[in-house]
Design a protein around this ligand. Structure first.
Ligand code: AGP
Length: 612
């Protein structure tokens, strides 16, 4: 994804454009650029981030009270200055910044070339800006707005755009379909951005554009209509809140918002990767390296924290279904222990931020050894996403809460898709089982919604344990990493010491911890390990441990043995981790709340650990 900004008003546009782009840099920073309009329009753009752009501009004159800007994650064309935005049309009638993908750009480009249009870049965006010029010059009575709307009506795909017109320099045209855009209303000024963060300190009145909205903006007026020229009333959202509140909507914390976003997150992660008839999975980003994955001597998954826990679930799933050997390693250990790697190994780096120093260093080490290195990342344009040979984006959207929740679910979803597609490709599972398991995954978002609807029950359970000083989390099989992740959530936001353990390990030491002060969270959903974990519950009960059990809907057999029970919908064991983690995320959230902790910015932590 990319970030775009725009300004039109009585002040110099430059300051807002640069500061705004810096706030949007999380959206990708392969290249960046701005265009400002004084008497004429000037474009400044270069490869790299916003600071590189500032250096590139140096002391050049950037006067002008109209401007647009862009920070890019390359989709079409190399991340270099030639492909950087803004793009001007061939006769410089239009200048455009664009976030999105023009799916039919090739045929549009072909048509424009027949009309003599020449192209300077490999981007789909340059096709769109020339299409605007084509319609503008096609008829004498055309206006810039008409030309823009006509061009957009020909587009198949997504766009969030801001357009400057050379012949109508007193206006900006802004439009969206599929890529977010917000307009802030200032004093004789309007601010445009891909999200509210660049705007919020300049305006408390926000207009969130909807798909197919086109806004024609002058310093003193905003007209809103659709691409097909239907007038649209606009709703002003009073933000009056901090940057966080605007993005938090009705939630008290980012983390809670992101926990509740998980049904949509998981849908967005598998959307477009499961065939319309739900019979097959295709991870487009891995197609080129799929043969290497199929033939891999070993898959090594590297990551840190929550991402490592997702990797552990991936290990269980890939080995169980695709029968490919998998090892999971802490990136911080892997990078220093001089591991034995060969060209027949495939290393998968999992990282929400794509910037974690240990994971980045570990993948660089793997690359040096000749292994194929893949990424599962959430941030386009991040270092890990760019340095791997191929990869899969989790599409979880921006995750702002330091405690990772929706990104974890998205990572597990990608790993589930990978395990199933490898298993099918290798003939390790029948087509019937393949389709059944795909359907199980498709059913997950709705099942998570039923869990989320019961969040008050989890809140009441958390209330009972808010004085706890320690906690134990137990699980078996692919629910053991869920126990690890649940323990991590609790410790990182409530500061309660919590340990996740393989339940079978209890008798090798941890059971000595059990007494009537110790809450023990047991992930005891119905699967092949169920009878074993019930035995563990008996062992804990015999020592007066306080047991909080996560069980499968309708399983009342443990009711008398445990102190608190939370039911999750029945599911195939393949996808149970995606359900079992939800109550543990909410439990950690409410425990932290009960203890007055800063849920979104816990002490000592950072969202992305870009240093060792
Ligand atoms: C998870 O809640 C933590 N914030 C932390 O463990 C995190 O998962 C870890 O730092 C890895 O981050 P990454 O996924 O961005 O690489």
């Amino acid at each position: 994804m990319c970030g775009i900004v725009g300004y039109i008003g009585t002040l110099n546009a430059y300051a807002f454009l640069i500061q705004g782009l810096k706030k949007l840099e999380y959206r990708g920073y392969d290249s960046a650029g701005i265009a400002v309009v004084d008497k004429t329009a000037k474009i400044f753009k270069c490869k790299g981030g916003i600071t590189d752009l500032e250096k590139h501009i140096g002391n050049q004159n950037v006067a002008g009270n109209i401007g647009i800007g862009h920070t890019r994650w390359a989709t079409h064309g190399e991340p270099d200055s030639r492909n950087a935005h803004p793009h001007a049309s061939m006769n410089a009638k239009f200048i455009l910044v664009h976030n999105g993908i023009i799916e039919n750009y090739a045929e549009l480009k072909c048509e424009l070339q027949k009309h003599g249009y020449l192209f300077q870049s490999d981007t789909d965006t340059e096709v769109l800006v020339n299409l605007m010029e084509y319609f503008y010059q096609k008829s004498a009575d055309s206006t810039c707005e008409i030309a823009v709307r006509l061009a957009l009506s020909k587009v198949v795909g997504a766009f969030g755009i801001a357009v400057i017109c050379a012949d109508e320099k007193d206006q900006l045209i802004v439009a969206r379909r599929g890529s977010p855009l917000v307009i802030g209303i200032g004093d004789n000024a309007f601010f445009v951005a891909s999200d509210a963060s660049p705007i919020i300190s300049f305006s408390e009145n926000l207009i969130y554009l909807n798909d197919n909205d086109v806004a024609i903006v002058t310093p003193t007026n905003l007209t809103l209509k659709t691409v097909d020229n239907t007038p649209v009333p606009f709703n002003i959202t009073k933000n009056g809140m901090t940057i966080g509140e605007v993005e938090k909507g009705e939630f008290d914390h980012y983390m809670l918002k992101e926990v509740f976003e998980q049904p949509e997150t998981i849908f967005n992660t598998f959307r477009g990767r499961i065939s319309p008839d739900h019979s097959a999975i295709k991870l487009g980003g891995l197609m080129a390296v799929f043969p290497k994955l199929i033939k891999a001597r070993r898959i090594i998954i590297i990551g840190c924290g929550t991402s490592l826990h997702a990797g552990l679930i991936g290990e269980y799933l890939i080995e169980a279904y695709a029968r490919i050997p998998v090892e999971v390693e802490y990136a911080s250990e892997f990078r220093y222990r001089n591991p034995i790697l060969t060209v027949d190994d495939v290393v998968i780096a999992i990282s929400q931020s794509g910037e974690t120093a240990d994971t980045l260093a570990a993948l660089r080490l793997a690359k040096e050894s000749g292994a194929t290195v893949l990424g599962i990342c959430n941030v386009a344009g991040s270092s890990i996403a760019r340095e791997t040979d191929a990869g899969v984006f989790t599409h979880a959207g921006v995750e702002i809460g330091v405690a990772s929740t929706k990104a974890f679910s998205a990572q597990v979803t990608v790993l589930t898709l990978l395990a199933l597609s490898l298993a099918s490709e290798k003939g390790e599972i029948t087509q019937d089982l393949y389709q059944l398991l795909i359907q199980e995954l498709i059913n997950i978002p709705d099942k998570i919604r039923t869990i989320l609807a019961k969040h008050p029950l989890i809140r009441s359970i958390a209330e009972k344990y808010k004085e706890a000083n320690s906690a134990l989390y137990l699980g078996r099989g692919n629910l053991f990493p869920v126990a690890l992740e649940g323990a991590l959530k609790l410790k990182e936001i409530s500061y309660i010491h919590a340990e996740g353990y393989a339940a079978g390990e209890m008798k090798h030491g941890p059971i000595a911890l059990v007494d009537n002060n110790l809450p023990v969270v047991v992930v005891a959903a119905k699967d092949e390990y169920y009878a074993k974990i019930v035995s563990n519950i008996h062992e804990i009960k015999a020592r007066k441990g306080n047991i909080i059990a996560v069980v499968t809907q309708g399983d009342s057999s443990l009711k008398e043995m445990v102190n608190d029970l939370f039911e999750i919908p029945e599911s195939h064991p393949l996808v149970t981790p995606l359900l079992a983690i939800i109550p543990l995320q909410l439990f950690a959230y409410y425990m932290a709340l009960n203890r007055g902790c800063d849920v979104d910015q816990p002490r000592n932590l950072a969202k992305s650990v870009t240093v060792e």
